[in-house]
Design a protein around this ligand. Structure first.
Ligand code: ADP
Ligand code: MG
Ligand code: ZN
Length: 508
């Protein structure tokens, strides 16, 4: 029989050890009960069923990606010649334009393994796990070359750093950069990423050797929309009254995903009506349902399209006729980003100094849109607010900064800044108004005198939605023209989408 004090010392010796043991056991068991923290398997996805045939109306993006397909099919051919092929490709453009679809088609066409991950899944996890997951993703893909790593919704990790101070996101982004730098592009491993907005991405991602090949996937034009509708009605029995060309015209501003949705809704309407074929009315109902369900990406009504067409034609006409502004490169009435339509100019050369006449010419071009609306429709819309704002900015700096007013007063007061009297301010406002009026008179004169060209520009725009330089030259033939040159593109006028005005179609 042991003494009582022996038992006591036994307990004192062993109790803490037993307690620790139990603790370890319970912690271990709890960890086993949390399957989420266990590393998920990373496996290639099957995308072999998707081909170029499934992607319509994105010809430019397809042409660029066709090259990538070639690398993946036969990497040795390029390596043998010492060709360095791009390893990072960024598809950017509005949602629903087919970026994910294009990436899958590259996999389908090339037969490469397709490792697809949404960047959002990297940041939802616990600290450090996102980075680990990226490491494993690259490690797995490297084993199965030729392979494509597709990172969807790159914005989730790739947004500019410092904007939200999320250290987990930053760690993940850094790991991605490390992995991008870490592999040699032998052409058999390509990283494709998709993003809605290029401007939002961290510039580090776009450096050479990373996502240095950027492909814009823009919303389809009228011809593209028709092609997409054809793709999505391929396996659907259509009645002979179905007119996809008209449908394409009515769906200006919609992306591929919306059109796919319309075709599906139409099939549902037809099935509910127990028809064996889809009829035109099914499509009309479907358009209504899909368009009404979307506020931001709206399709324009026929009247709105006309207003935008004449408005842009007004800008373009003035730009083509005036010596102090650049030639028009492209006019479009396909709503894009925040603009309903836009006119792109090609600057002849980089210039930092402008004369008074050139500034007036620029204001004339800006006002050309609104003046055309006024002359053709007898009413102006809210669509010109961006133009008017820029006219105000130009005329303001002409008076306040450059002293380009007509009266001596404005010159004198502009010379010494600081406090100004009410009288001076009034004078300056008047001067600004004079400049704007001068530009407006010029725009009116140009448009009235070249009304035939305006009508032709607008009609062609309505028909084709986009006019390129050669089209514009053809239409403007016979009018006076000025020198042209090379340079970067610049938006001279864009119509931002306005909240709908109560009453008739935004006209005021
Ligand atoms: P994104 O990734 O640009 O948001 P998705 O590739 O996810 O767009 O497109 C969603 C769906 O919309 C596709 O699965 C396809 O059915 C349809 N779609 C989008 N663009 C096109 C297109 N250019 N041609 C055919 N279908 C398209
Ligand atoms: Mg997508
Ligand atoms: Zn405009």
């Amino acid at each position: 029989m042991p003494e009582w004090y022996e038992i006591e010392s036994w307990i004192i010796t062993w109790a803490p050890i037993i307690f620790m043991g139990l603790l370890v056991f319970f912690i271990y068991r709890t960890m086993k009960l949390m399957p989420r923290t266990k590393p998920q398997q990373i496996k290639p996805e099957s995308a072999s069923s998707i081909s170029w045939e499934d992607v319509a109306g994105a010809d430019e993006a397809k042409a660029e990606l066709a090259e990538v397909v070639e690398f993946l099919r036969d990497p040795k051919r390029f390596a043998a010649l010492g060709a360095k092929v791009p390893k990072g490709i960024l598809l950017h453009g509005p949602p629903g334009t087919g970026k994910t679809l294009l990436a899958k088609a590259v996999a389908g066409e090339s037969g490469a393994q397709f490792f697809s991950q949404s960047a959002a899944s990297f940041v939802e996890m616990f600290a450090g796990l996102g980075a680990a997951r990226i490491r494993r993703l690259f490690a797995e893909a490297r084993k199965e070359r030729p392979a494509i790593i597709f990172i969807d919704e790159l914005d989730a990790v790739g947004a500019r750093r410092g904007s939200d101070n999320n250290s987990e996101r930053e760690q993940t982004l850094n790991q991605l950069l490390v992995e991008m730098d870490g592999f040699d592009s032998a052409g058999d491993l390509v990283v494709i990423a998709a993003s809605n907005l290029l401007e939002k991405l961290d510039p580090a991602l776009l450096r050479p050797g990373r996502f240095d090949r950027q492909i814009l996937v823009s919303p389809p034009g009228v011809a593209g929309r028709e092609e997409i509708l054809k793709v999505h009605t391929r396996s659907k029995p259509l009645a002979s009254n179905c007119d996809l060309a008209t449908l394409a015209r009515q769906t200006s501003g919609l992306a591929g995903a919306d059109l796919a949705n319309i075709c599906n809704e139409a099939a549902i309407f037809a099935a509910r009506a127990r028809r064996t074929q889809l009829v035109q009315a099914d499509f009309d109902d479907a358009v209504e349902r899909v368009v009404a369900g979307m506020q931001s990406r709206r399709a324009l009504t026929e009247h709105e399209r006309r207003v935008v067409a004449w408005h842009e034609a007004g800008h373009a006409l003035c730009a083509e006729l005036l010596p102090g502004v650049d030639r028009v490169h492209k006019i479009s009435i396909v709503p894009r980003g925040s603009a309903l339509g836009y006119t792109l100019n090609l600057p002849e050369e980089d210039r930092y100094l402008k004369t008074r006449e050139e500034l007036i010419d620029h204001m004339t071009v800006l006002l050309g849109g609104r003046v055309a609306e006024e002359i053709v429709f007898g009413a102006v819309t809210t669509g010109a607010s961006n133009d008017l704002q820029r006219v105000a900015e130009i005329s303001r700096s002409m008076i306040h900064d450059y002293a380009m007013g007509t009266s001596i007063t404005s010159r004198k007061v502009s010379a010494h800044g600081g406090e100004v009297s009410d009288r001076t301010r009034e004078l300056r406002d008047e001067e600004q108004q004079h400049l704007a009026d001068e530009a407006k008179r010029a725009a009116t004169k140009l448009i009235v005198e070249h009304r035939d060209k305006l009508e032709e520009l607008a009609a062609q725009l309505l028909r084709n939605e986009v006019l390129e330089r050669p089209d514009i030259e053809r239409i403007m033939a016979g009018t006076q023209r000025f020198r042209r040159g090379a340079g970067g593109l610049r938006v001279v006028a864009a119509e931002p989408v306005q909240p709908p005005v109560s009453g008739a179609e935004g006209a005021s």
